[in-house]
Design a protein around this ligand. Structure first.
Ligand code: SF4
Length: 518
């Protein structure tokens, strides 16, 4: 007889039981709370979603850590053969969340469908879809799901499981979105779907809808209750729940086997990575993390991180090296502050001294059985003080130290919200330490604001550099840069912005930079 599960995850990625996997954290957490969880990985046909039967409670659907369109197409919209996600294969359909949900709806009419993950989170309201070059409505409407979880989802999924088990409704769960006939009190109204995607397509109407789109972009955040009218209904976003260090300690210390799929080249080198914190205060305009993990830092306690490392040393196949100690960026550990919703990088209350992080690094490398604690997450160089850089250069670099200046032109950097700090000063100090280690650089070509002139400026600046990674900008849904890409206007000052739209120019911007590299 088939085993029955309380919850069945349908995933657009391989499941691996490791704290680097969001699905694994949710599964382990549900199991700890008494629920059984079945997994269907990367179904390619409708038949496959039926293979472990009907869940007692609900289906949870996610494309995985990466949006299926980003996964399947290059920034120039070519299907990927092989790229930096070296586990790429062709088995995840385009718009995987919608495809999986439609298969499930057809075959399991009575089972609740709950969406989650990056692809769903970034499509919760009307959004610009680069691959179709048009605005699309909320994914809740196209998937016919009952509820969407945005963000990491631990608190939400436990509450959803409890409510469905107790046959209660799914209203008012923090960190979720749903379709409602009512507009509850105290919700901030976003422009409606009809205002954003008008039926008429004359220039005046399109211009007005772009203005509304910019207005919406400035309103988007995870910490407020938001509502978008769609016909006679509303897409409601309930504000995100508050996560604490204690929550993260619990999640990252769940009993994972830490097994990585054998054929995963991409994950193999990160088997012994330890997560120190969530969130990013950087607020880069091209990055969607703000709308997923949020723009405040939540750090794990030092004790919890050190305990996880000690437990790794007991594994028979552990060779003594921590592959990475970090989070979305390596050096925001300990910068926790939830006092307000302003930009932390502009605030003098922000704890910038890195003392907690330096202490953590020292303690981690002194644990018996540890040879090296590497930092492979990128370093936010504009935050890094000299004593931290020295510590890292002397003890924690695996191959190279990763930094992401992204561009050199001040106008482009301002449009990226990365115009603070000077990477050349950082590099100068790093090189003066004579550690024998190298820096690797990440840059973006063809971001809004970059014409051939700015691309040439970047090309001149990188002349002779080694270890450079250069990507063409991809307008992913819900980011500020994508809003500028779609509208051609900076929503913050309403000024026109040059945007390179043609593939020819995007390629050329990349080419002239690449030819200057060693
Ligand atoms: S008070 Fe400053 S550091 Fe704290 S959350 Fe607000 S902006 Fe960030």
């Amino acid at each position: 007889m088939k085993e029955e599960f309380d919850i069945i995850f349908v995933l657009g990625e391989i499941y691996f039981d490791h704290p680097l996997s969001g699905a694994a954290i949710l599964k382990r957490l549900l199991e700890k709370n008494g629920y059984s969880v079945g997994i269907i990985e990367k179904p390619t046909r409708e038949e496959e979603v039926k293979k472990i039967g009907t869940p007692r409670l609900f289906f949870a659907v996610s494309s995985g850590a990466i949006d299926s369109m980003v996964r399947n197409y290059t920034p120039l919209k070519k299907r990927r053969d092989e790229d930096q996600y070296s586990d790429y294969d062709e088995s995840v359909p385009d718009r995987a969340v919608i495809v999986y949900c439609n298969w499930l709806r057809k075959n399991f009419k009575d089972s609740p469908l709950i969406l989650g993950g990056t692809e769903a989170s970034l499509r919760r309201f009307v959004h610009y879809d680069y691959w179709q070059n048009r605005l699309r409505r909320s994914i809740l409407l196209d998937s016919r799901a009952d509820l969407m979880v945005y963000g990491s989802g631990e608190k939400q999924i436990l509450e959803i499981a409890k409510r469905i088990k107790e046959k209660k409704d799914l209203l008012e769960i923090k960190g979720t979105c749903l379709i409602s006939r009512e507009l509850p009190k105290d919700f901030i109204l976003l422009p409606s779907e009809e205002e954003l995607i008008p039926v008429k397509d004359d220039d005046k109407t399109i211009e007005e809808s772009k203005q509304k789109f910019m207005q919406m972009q400035l309103q988007l955040n995870n910490y407020q209750n938001l509502a978008q009218p769609t016909g006679k209904r509303f897409i409601l976003q309930y504000q995100s729940p508050q996560y604490t260090s204690k929550d993260l300690d619990e999640y990252y210390e769940l009993p994972f086997s830490r097994e990585i799929p054998k054929d995963s080249k991409h994950l193999r080198g990160f088997e012994f990575s330890v997560v120190t914190h969530r969130g990013c205060i950087g607020n880069c305009n091209f990055c969607a993390l703000r709308m997923i993990q949020g723009d405040k830092i939540i750090s794990r306690s030092e004790e919890s991180i050190l305990r996880e490392i000690k437990n790794l040393t007991k594994l028979p196949y552990f060779k003594g090296n921590i592959d990475d100690l970090g989070g979305p960026s390596a050096n925001m550990y300990g910068m926790d502050c939830q006092l307000c919703h302003k930009n932390c990088l502009d605030c003098n209350k922000l704890e910038r001294n890195h003392k907690k992080l330096i202490q953590l690094l020292k303690k981690a490398r002194q644990i018996p059985g540890i040879k090296c604690v590497y930092i492979r997450s990128g370093i936010r160089y504009d935050l890094a003080p000299h004593d931290y850089i020295k510590e890292v250069a002397e003890h924690h670099i695996y191959d190279t130290l990763r930094i992401a200046p992204e561009h050199v032109n001040q106008d482009v950097l301002r449009l990226m919200n990365k115009n603070k700090g000077n990477y050349k000063e950082f590099v100068k100090y790093f090189n003066s330490l004579k550690s024998g280690k190298k820096i690797s650089y990440y840059f973006i070509a063809a971001h809004p604001g970059s014409s051939m002139k700015e691309a040439k400026e970047l090309a001149d600046a990188v002349k002779g550099l080694t270890n450079v990674s250069l990507q063409i900008f991809t307008p992913t849904p819900m980011t500020m840069s994508t809003c500028v890409y779609y509208t051609g206007i900076d929503p913050k000052n309403k000024k026109k912005v040059y945007v390179p739209y043609t593939y020819k120019e995007k390629k050329e911007q990349k080419r002239i930079v690449m030819r200057e590299l060693n």
